[in-house]
Ligand binder design. Sequence first.
Ligand code: UD1
Ligand code: UDP
Length: 371
Amino acid sequence: MTAKKKVLCAIGTRPEAIKMAPVILKLREQAWCDLVVLATAQHRDMLDQVLSIFNIVPDYDLDIMQKNQALPELTARLIMSMDQLLTDIEPDLVLAQGDTTTVMVTAMSCFYKKIPFAHVEAGLRTGDIYYPYPEEMNRVVTGHMTTLHFAPTETSNNNLLKENIDQSSIYVTGNTVIDALIYTAKNEYDIGIDLDSGKRLVLLTSHRRENFGAAMEEAFTAILELAEHNRDIEILYPVHPNPNVLEVANRILGNHDRIHLIEPLAYPQFVQAMKSAYIIISDSGGVQEEAPALSKPVLVLRNETERPEAVDMGVVKLVGTDKEVILHEANKLLNDEDYYSSVAKGVSPYGDGHSAERIVNIIKDYFFTRA
Ligand code: UD1
Ligand code: UDP
């Protein structure tokens, strides 16, 4: 029998765990695969929340998170620990998903050790290295240290080609977030908070570094005014635990009877909240991909996106953090039913729920057919 191949999946934050879970669960079924799951724990509680939902127990845990961690020290701590682990584990291939510091450091550590690296959700680009910050540069750097690129869409495939990456190393697989969403959304869950069923739900998330400070304050002021002007809405905001977000959220939105600031929801409960929402306002990458598949309009608190597909289809709208623009667009969705129906049309440009299967088949092929 051919020797098994050791595949290491590295995950650091909540969205990486959600999007990597379908791949990990598929790899676990493969007789040829000796699977190693590594949690860097760049996020602690939010990562653990996802891992327990998908019954994933990491083989290694670097427990790296510190309160209000700065990028240089996070990167430095990660790269030292990652190098030692790769020396000890000696994987045949390493996988990571997305654009976080965990992903960039994992790719770089593999490069230093000449270990092949596979990138899930490859090729997303805004074209502006400071937007989103530091994720755009993480993607660019990672892309140039990658052996197998799993691009979610043709657009991301083309972004890689523009950077002179060889087409023979790129595979358009769809985004595994839709696998996770379909798996989760088929059931109903109790969100666990008392919402008024007579009111329409506006779901809010916000955490982007480039919005910290004045931009986030202006966006939250718009949300407060939105609640005051529309007495038939309730706003649900699971607040990201980053101290830079928590402080502004509590100060501006913390004292209104129809604005509920809560801790991050477990993934199934968050999916339920998206299903229950009338509109979603968010700067999240994952939410921009999930909401269109659930027929929910999203106003994105950003000026640019690396996920243009749903914007082009008219189901996602970029509103930035300007108060008047946010209020105008949100009020239009809340108060013009025809407009709302034209936006909430249920399209899923990011995947069909079979992305993890494609990725695992390509990895198998890489080891046993192409080798
Ligand atoms: C990180 C990623 C971002 C991704 C986001 C997903 C980087 C540079 N940023 O941003 O790309 O979109 O995760 O949410 O990789 N914290 C906790 N508990 C947790 C998680 C975070 O308390 O479970 C707090 C800690 O104080 C931590 C801080 O949030 O230091 C920031 O975490 P970090 O991962 O550095 O940045 P995020 O803003 O979460
Ligand atoms: N999410 C969650 N609980 C929450 C808020 C979001 O499970 O309270 C999920 C959401 O469905 C999506 C992912 O977390 O899959 C997005 O994570 P985040 O916005 O933190 O990161 P990004 O996608 O912007 O990198």
